[in-house]
Design a protein around this ligand. Structure first.
Ligand code: NAD
Length: 408
């Protein structure tokens, strides 16, 4: 009999993590529908996925914050009209966040460093930091009697990590940890390495390139730990990956594709900083040329507009050429609540990563490409083809499940 599944979120006090917890509690009470999630519907619900009622939350953050108001904001945006239910959810949520651990902000740049409080890990070696995160994961697993723990990176976007020889090979990476080569790792690297060493499937929902470096992916393959990233695909890039193939299907030549994004939450305030923004632009940038087979003039702009709070608006202008060279254009505006778009994806990813681990799979999970802006190890960027990869996987996993059930 399968026990509870633990979800350990890095950035556990952030908007997405809060929405994941509140959303799960509301789903359990039947107060809302699992809209935005794939795994609760056909054909995924026939897979042996962890039940939403058997998920325990934990995690870490680097800042203290007043969580009651954050929980209320999420509940106010929802369509839950049951005050008693909301109060119960809020209390359960506060209990969960009262248990979260302190994380590390190593090498994360000034924008993130400014968030930290004095109790965040400092002045210890890389090996000590890894040991501390592993200790947190072990304690979470033990205290909550969990069979498996999936780690999800939902922390603020770090500046990019410049990859070096020591990141390309596991042995070289271990040596760099032993040498305490502090410049070679960021907080996301410490978390990812600790999770994989602990045998915990790891999801990098952020663009932070320090997390799943090749050496850590090698370790995941070797130890049969499923991992996947980078950067959840929830808004402008989601639409791009659905829309760009249309121009190919009609042999229309895209001349320019300009994207303007404004957002107002804390993620937006971190992305104001050029180094952190560079990570995001990198993951958003590569899909057009892969889909179209050529690179039109294209730029992605991201601006912080505080009054928008968690709302995000993307305006994209696509200039294209058709028959007899006539120039035409298409524009779209996408408006959404960042965390409401992201949270159901996180729940799907957690359940699918846990299943992959139980199926004995390790290393990258290409079947999850449709959830990411820059899916690691996957060339395919077209949304429907990526979705087909997930459907094929579901069919296989369901067939092997039935086979297993017939055999036992
Ligand atoms: N919302 C979306 O649609 C979406 C889509 C794709 C990716 N993302 C990424 O997901 C991440 C989380 O988004 P959010 O809106 O919840 O952001 P947020 O700013 O609300 O939350 C981030 C949390 O991470 C914490 N944090 C920062 N550095 C940390 C560290 N080193 N260790 C532990 N905690 C740390 C912060 O204190 C904060 O509580 C961001 O990197 C964002 O770019 C969001």
């Amino acid at each position: 009999m399968q026990g509870a599944l633990g979800v350990w979120m890095i950035g556990a006090l952030g908007s997405i993590a809060t929405t994941v917890i509140i959303g799960t509690l509301a789903l359990r009470k039947g107060l809302t529908e699992p809209l935005g999630m794939l795994t609760t519907g056909d054909p995924f619900k026939d897979m042996a996925l962890a039940d939403l009622t058997a998920i325990e939350f934990g995690g870490c953050d680097i800042r203290p914050t007043e969580q009651r108001s954050v929980a209320r904001q999420v509940l106010n945006l929802s369509d839950i009209a049951d005050p008693a239910g909301c109060r119960e959810i809020e209390n359960a949520f506060l209990q969960i966040v009262s248990r979260i651990d302190k994380g590390t902000a190593r090498n994360c740049g000034d924008a993130i460093q400014q968030l930290t409080d004095s109790s965040v890990m400092r002045d210890c070696s890389l090996r000590e930091e890894v040991a501390e995160i592993r200790r947190c994961l072990q304690q979470f697993k033990r205290e909550r009697s969990l069979t498996e723990v999936v780690v999800v990176n939902l922390a603020s976007t770090e500046p990019p990590l410049e990859l070096d020889r020591c990141h390309m090979d596991l042995q070289a990476f271990e040596t760099c940890l032993d040498r305490n080569d502090a410049a070679a790792v960021k907080a996301s690297t410490i978390y990812a390495y600790a999770a994989v060493r602990e045998g915990c499937p790891y999801i990098n929902f952020t663009p932070s390139s320090g997390a799943l470096v090749p050496a850590i992916i090698q370790l995941a393959e070797k130890n049969k730990v499923p991992v996947m990233g980078n950067d959840g695909k929830t808004g402008e890039t989601l639409v791009k990956s659905a829309l760009a193939p249309m121009f190919t299907c009609r042999n229309l030549a895209v001349l320019s594709w300009e994207g303007f994004n404004i957002l107002g939450n804390m993620d937006g305030s971190i992305l104001r900083h050029p180094d952190n923004r560079e990570s995001k632009i990198k993951t958003k940038d590569q899909i057009l040329s892969r889909i179209l087979g050529y690179a039109p003039h294209s730029r992605v702009h991201i601006d912080y507009v505080p009054s928008l709070d968690d709302q995000k608006t993307a305006w994209d202008f696509i200039h294209f050429k058709g028959f007899l060279g006539a120039k035409m254009s298409l524009q779209f505006v996408w408006q959404g609540y960042d965390s409401m778009l992201a949270a159901p994806l996180v729940l799907d990813l957690v359940r699918l990563a846990d299943l992959a681990k139980r199926r004995g799979e390790g290393g990258l999970m290409p079947q999850l490409a449709c959830y990411f802006k820059a899916p690691l190890g996957v060339e395919e960027q077209r949304l429907y083809e990526q979705f087909k990869m997930l459907l094929d996987y579901a069919e296989l996993a369901t067939a092997t499940r039935s086979h297993h059930e017939i055999c036992v």
